[in-house]
Write a protein that binds this ligand. Structure first.
Ligand code: SF4
Length: 269
């Protein structure tokens, strides 16, 4: 019996001591990124190249616009258009023919044409084929001949053979757009309209007088800026200025009447 008791005592399991809790928690590892950051030296910042902003020219003051047109008037009190014509009908035809052509080129062809056909009836009697022969030196002459015959027919049918006096009616004629209507209304009927051709468009934008992305935008800008007393001739003053002074490739800034008022940054004076 004593043996058994001794044996049991001997087999008494030893109680393992629980792992000692450490008093201090291990320090949390810093996030990998933070560690990286602290290792690298901060890069010196190189400033981004600045793209220069396009400069918007200072708008003209009403006094400056008046000054410019007074100078134009003094230099040329009665400016004339250079398209030769005999009456509103021949003016209309000449303007339709002048699209993408020079006035000189159109005049060369129309001198002989208008001697035989200066009314819608005579133009119709001449016929498209013969009309083509008169104007074949002008670009797009086939389309233009077709349009001139068609507009002559429409004038006879709808307008009593007269060139109408409203922009909408003129624009309804074959081959005639807003520019044609403005020229005819201004030159034939003395309306204060302003046709924007390539010269007027360039001058208005370069000078900053009426900047615009489209001819219509320029036209409306000019109408707003130019005092009424100059509107009858404004179209011709601006065309002639663009044609003979403010040339597309090499503007003659040194002899320009308005060079002190012009806002073009590339002007040569
Ligand atoms: S100064 Fe030069 S760019 Fe300006 S309107 Fe005159 S010709 Fe044209």
């Amino acid at each position: 019996m004593a043996k058994i008791i001794r044996a049991q005592r001997a087999r008494k399991p030893t109680v393992r001591s629980a792992p000692k809790k450490s008093a201090k928690k291990p320090a949390a590892k810093p996030p990998a990124r933070a560690a990286k950051k602290s290792l690298k030296a901060p890069k010196p910042r190189t400033p981004k190249p600045q793209t220069p902003k396009p400069q918007t020219p200072k708008p003209w003051t009403p006094a400056e616009v008046r000054e410019a047109f007074e100078r134009f008037r003094k230099a040329n009190p009665e400016p004339k258009g250079e398209l030769e014509h005999l009456n509103p009908f021949t003016l209309l035809v000449a303007v339709v023919l002048s699209a993408q052509a020079t006035d000189a080129g159109v005049n060369k062809a129309t001198r002989a044409l208008f001697a035989v056909a200066d009314t819608p009836q005579k133009m119709l009697a001449l016929g498209e084929e013969k009309l083509r022969d008169y104007i074949r030196t002008i670009g797009l002459y086939r389309t233009k001949a077709r349009n001139v015959i068609a507009l002559s027919e429409k004038l006879i049918a709808d307008f009593g053979s007269e060139v109408p006096r409203t922009r909408a009616e003129i624009e309804s004629l074959p081959g005639a757009g807003r520019k044609t209507a403005n020229v005819v209304l201004n030159m034939a009927y003395g309306e204060y309209t302003l046709a924007v051709d390539t010269h007027v468009f360039r001058v208005a934008n370069r000078t900053g007088l009426a900047p615009g992305k489209t001819p219509l935008e320029v036209e409306l800008g000019l109408e707003k800026a130019i005092p009424a007393e100059f509107m009858l001739h404004a179209h011709h003053w601006l065309i002639l200025h663009g044609r003979y002074t403010c040339l597309a490739r090499k503007p003659r800034c040194e002899v320009c009447l308005i060079n002190d008022l012009c806002r073009w940054p590339e002007k040569t004076v």
